[in-house]
Each structure stands twice: as C-alpha cells, then as structure tokens.
Design a protein around this ligand. Structure first.
Ligand SMILES: Nc1nc2c([nH]c(=O)n2[C@@H]2O[C@H](COP(=O)(O)OP(=O)(O)OP(=O)(O)O)[C@@H](O)[C@H]2O)c(=O)[nH]1
Ligand SMILES: [Mg+2]
Length: 130
C-alpha cells in the first residue's frame, strides 16, 4: 500500500478572481493548471507548509486563511491528499518564482482551464460559495 502525499493547497482569491499556476511539463500532472501549493514536509504543519509554498512559489504572504476542503485522490501512479485552504487576504504581488506561468482568473472562467482530476471537487466547492 502506498502512502498518500499530503499537499497544502491555496485557493487565493482577490475580488472575484482566483490565482492559478501552470504546472511544468516535467512535473506530475504536468501542463495542467493548479492552485499553488506543495508537499507538507516531515514535522511541518499544513499551515506552515501552505505559507512556505506560497512564499517560495509566488512570493506572497498569507494574512488569513481558512479550511475549504480536503480531497483524497488516487491517480494510479500517486495518491494525494489535497488539504485546501481559502485565502482571502494576502500581501505582496504574486509572481511565478519557479518560472511557472501564473494568472488571476475570474471564477466564471475557471472552467476554461484544465486542472488535475482531483481538483474537480475543489472547483465545485469554490463555485458554490458566495
Ligand atoms: N500544488 C498543487 N498540487 C496539486 C494540485 N492538484 C493536484 O492533483 N496536485 C498534486 O499534488 C502533488 C504535490 O504537489 P506539488 O508538485 O506542487 O508539490 P511541491 O510543490 O512540493 O513540488 P516538488 O515535488 O517539485 O517539490 C502533485 O502530485 C500534484 O499533481 C493543485 O491544485 N495544486
Ligand atoms: Mg508545488
């Protein structure tokens, strides 16, 4: 039995837009769009991982966040638990610090982007609020 990878994921919202980033082709689920985030390291809390990943990947500081949904998904080659938080306040200007393309997309346009399968339920949850 393979262990699931615990991933901290941030749905950062600004007005009616959401921050998404493109996964590079050589990554797992490469070429698809994602919500920024990454693996929780040994001994690290999910909240600390969330802050660290958003700082490392996008150069922003999270000022407040709350749990949105926890999604378990088995890709066959990899099992993930996406521990997803809604981030309503941040500081700094988001940039793709790892060379990734980033975009602020209005909620109504998210359906035009291809996300990994596990993200489907996150997207539905996000669109159901407010
Ligand atoms: N960050 C992020 N990862 C996602 C999303 N959806 C999804 O299935 N994943 C999966 O979660 C796993 C871990 O994410 P990651 O690759 O960002 O981890 P990381 O930043 O620590 O990267 P690294 O492995 O290059 O060090 C990947 O297998 C990825 O395919 C998403 O919306 N955001
Ligand atoms: Mg990442």
């Amino acid at each position: 039995m393979t262990q699931s990878v615990h991933v901290a994921v941030a749905v950062v919202v600004k007005n009616d837009t959401v921050l998404i980033a493109k996964r590079s082709d050589n990554q797992h689920q490469g070429g698809k769009w994602e919500f920024p985030g990454g693996k929780v390291e040994n001994g690290e809390s999910v909240e600390t991982a969330l802050q660290r990943e958003l700082s490392e990947e996008c150069g922003i500081e999270l000022l407040s966040f709350k749990p949105l949904i926890k999604v378990e998904h088995d890709y066959g080659d990899k099992k993930v638990i996406l521990d997803t938080f809604l981030v309503e306040h941040h500081s700094g200007l988001a940039r793709g610090l790892e060379g990734q393309q980033i975009q602020w997309v209005s909620k109504s346009k998210l359906k035009d982007y291809t996300f990994p399968k596990a993200n489907q339920v996150i997207l539905e949850t996000l669109l159901a609020i407010k």
